[in-house]
Design a protein around this ligand. Sequence first.
Ligand code: GLY
Ligand code: MN
Ligand code: MN
Length: 445
Amino acid sequence: MHPEILPRPAPITHDEYRARRRALMDRLPADSAVLLPGAALVTRSRDSEFPFRQDSDFHYLTGFPEPEALLLLLPGREAGESVLFCQDRDPTLEAWTGIRLGAEGAVREHGIDQAFENAEREARLAELLDGRHALYLPLGDAEALALAEEVRGELAGRARRGAVAPSAFADVSERIHEQRLCKSEAELALMRHAGAISARAHVRAMRTARPGLMERQLQAELEHEFRWQGGSGPAYASIVGGGLNACVLHYIENHDPLEDGALVLIDAGAEFDLYAGDITRTFPVNGRFSEAQRALYEVVLAAQERAVAAVCPGVTLATIHEGVVHDLTAGLIELGLLEGDVEARIDDGSYKRFYLHSTSHWLGLDVHDVGAYRLEGQPRTLRPGMVLTVEPGLYVPAAADLPVAFRGIGIRIEDDVAVTPDGHEVLTAEVPKRVADIEALMDRN
Ligand code: GLY
Ligand code: MN
Ligand code: MN
């Protein structure tokens, strides 16, 4: 029987996309322009391509879903400040790859001020950018830079006929990234949904797990649920690591059998309307934690719950991470995996043998989302609308100097958390993480 389908949240409106473009333009000089290419199709092998995924910055400003598009923002231009170039309508190609919106469709369906098809790009681009002194573009994108150079060369060549070429190129990416960092209500609704879908998928994997299944079969359960609920698929390569594979942070082969008595670590999240969920749960393949597994798990869980509880406006990710490092180190000492004093083991870095990643990252259109972590050399403080993960873990190497019972155990627990005006909201609370709740969910008697 198929599970209930969660109601879809509303998509981002044209007005919101327009307001985002306005906000970006308002922070740029009047005689500047923005040049931002969308993503292109990428060949997978011979005639097949990777599924198309729009560039996140381009999507954030347009919502336009096709490859090979280009956005120009021309502050103050009377004929329209937002200009889009898009794929040409072409009945023969459309018979193979689907309807293209074309210039008219881009204006009609996406609220862009003016659009042209790519056949007109060469002729129109220089004319549109004539007189714009600074050109803002993603400086890290070689193709965007080459295009900007081409336009500058063309306008410079026409200088004696009165054309004015841009005299400076500046980076637009960082500005867009700062805008993306605090999510709107509509974005939060989409992220809540990505979180809820991802949570359902993890519950489904817990219900299905048993010794003898392949890691990949749990991956199939997760990804079935992502798509069944209307997501486009995983937001990043799903990690399903049984036993020692859980200690490989980015293990994505998922090709081993799940063994009786082992834990399995699943780090997987759905993408919904391009927004990412990002959940990790670790649970026993056979539904019951061993004593050592439970002891280590409780250390990670307590650190994770305390870190989630600390999320609120005004605190920093650095402070949250420090709290986690403290709690994990104290737990490692208690379990005999480290010796001595907590502060000493933090200071000499010996905890890093078991915990080598950071506790949080921003989450949004990208799983490791954009936005600076530090401002003027200092960790930035959290503000309402920011969304982050909280994901402590402990990974015990299978090394001869460590207690046998703990060797090869890898545990991570990860939730997605939005900062609210008076605290936080956990977007992924629907999947259990307490030992008793996991064991009850997996109990097949
Ligand atoms: N899934 C990647 C991460 O948790 O950062
Ligand atoms: Mn994460
Ligand atoms: Mn993750």
